[in-house]
Ligand binder design. Structure first.
Ligand code: A3P
Length: 345
């Protein structure tokens, strides 16, 4: 009898204990959502006169939680109206370069409470079919945001597509343009690796990088190979400069964004006239991934998808040397035009 009573008591205590732990966890999770019930105040107001005021973490959580709900489509029209949410055309676009670190840059900028990202690549300006749908179609593709926030989208194909500068100019001639570049040979190999992976997924064979990058007849760099052409940054930039002054561009060092993201992000904050809000707290190195990952708050953090940070195939060193020699004069010109010298070989 006594044994039965003890077992019953133990069981009760176990249930009560689980309930207490459960409630505690629930309360911890609620802290963020309680904050979300208060309407957010205008961004400028929160930045203070000189933009120096501390941005509270809970406001950041508020933004994440609420906008996430809106994005998921769980919100009513009434909620959208109540919170003054709008779908705004981007005030800044990451126009490229493919494999430069465009996704990492967008995701990291999105840590800033005044920035809202368009999650998908929209391909409005480079795709004729999309472009024909008109600017309202484009705007409707944008996420909900507060009027004081800025929307950013990234479509790396913009940088190399002929028609894009004029089309973006027609939408907004004072838009800010972000270009993230990596050492051109590394970028070309990264580009190749992505295509190679796609072929392998479809059980197809593909050429070796060396075969594509070097013309077998001349033994010179194959300038017809797209991965090589994309890395001639200055050629593409020159086309853009027919429409936009250089002051409207900001060059992000994609190699540094991998190893030391914060200073690169701080330069972008400055370029976008945003008060500095992204801090070391928001970025932590994940040794398993070998990259920096993002920390939004005590609960929510994330690393980029596995398709970012692929292992590159080994490339014949003589081909690498040849490519680096080929890119060298274009790089010099790129430094000269942009005013940003990068330590490329
Ligand atoms: P690799 O896969 O060659 O390493 P994009 O987003 O423009 O396609 O660029 C992909 C590249 O972003 C990756 O190229 C990777 O090196 C780089 N990158 C920069 N920061 C990263 C991060 N924090 N996590 C993962 N990849 C990152």
């Amino acid at each position: 009898m006594l044994f039965k009573q003890q077992a019953w008591l133990r069981q009760k205590l176990l249930v009560l204990g689980s309930l207490a732990v459960g409630s505690l966890l629930y309360l911890v999770a609620r802290v963020g959502s309680l904050d979300r019930l208060q309407p957010i105040c205008p961004i400028e107001g929160r930045f203070g006169a000189r933009g120096q005021a501390e941005f509270p973490l809970r406001a950041l959580q508020f933004k994440r939680g609420l906008l996430h709900e809106f994005r998921k489509g769980n919100s009513s029209k009434e909620q959208v109206r109540l919170h003054d949410l709008v779908q705004q055309l981007p005030k800044a676009i990451i126009i490229g370069v493919r494999k430069g670190g465009t996704r990492a840059l967008l995701e990291m900028l999105n840590l800033h409470p005044a920035v809202v990202k368009a999650s998908q690549e929209i391909h409005f300006f480079d795709n004729d079919e999309n472009y024909a749908k008109g600017i309202e179609w484009y705007r409707k593709k944008m996420p909900f945001s507060y009027p004081q926030q800025i929307t950013i989208e990234k479509s790396p194909a913009y940088f190399i597509t002929e028609e894009v500068p004029e089309r973006i100019y027609k939408m907004n001639s004072s838009i800010k343009l972000l270009i993230i570049v990596r050492e051109p040979t590394t970028r070309a190999i990264s580009d190749y690796t992505q295509v190679l992976e796609g072929k392998e997924r479809k059980n197809k064979t593909y050429y070796k990088f060396e075969k594509l990058a070097i013309d077998p007849n001349t033994c010179e760099v194959n300038t017809k190979y797209k991965a090589v052409r994309t890395s001639v940054y200055t050629k593409h930039l020159e086309r853009w400069l027919k429409y936009f002054p250089i002051e409207q561009f900001h060059i992000v060092d994609g190699d540094r964004l991998i190893t030391e993201p914060l200073p690169e992000l701080q330069l972008v904050e400055k370029f976008l006239n945003l008060p500095p809000r992204i801090s070391q707290y928001n970025l932590y190195f994940n040794a398993t991934r070998g990259f920096y990952c993002l920390r939004f708050n005590i609960i929510f953090n994330k690393c980029l998808a596995g398709s970012k940070g692929r292992i590159h195939p080994e490339v014949d060193p003589s081909v690498i040397t040849k490519l680096r020699k080929f890119f060298h004069p274009f790089n010099q010109k790129f430094y000269q035009i942009t005013g940003r010298t990068l330590n490329w070989p």
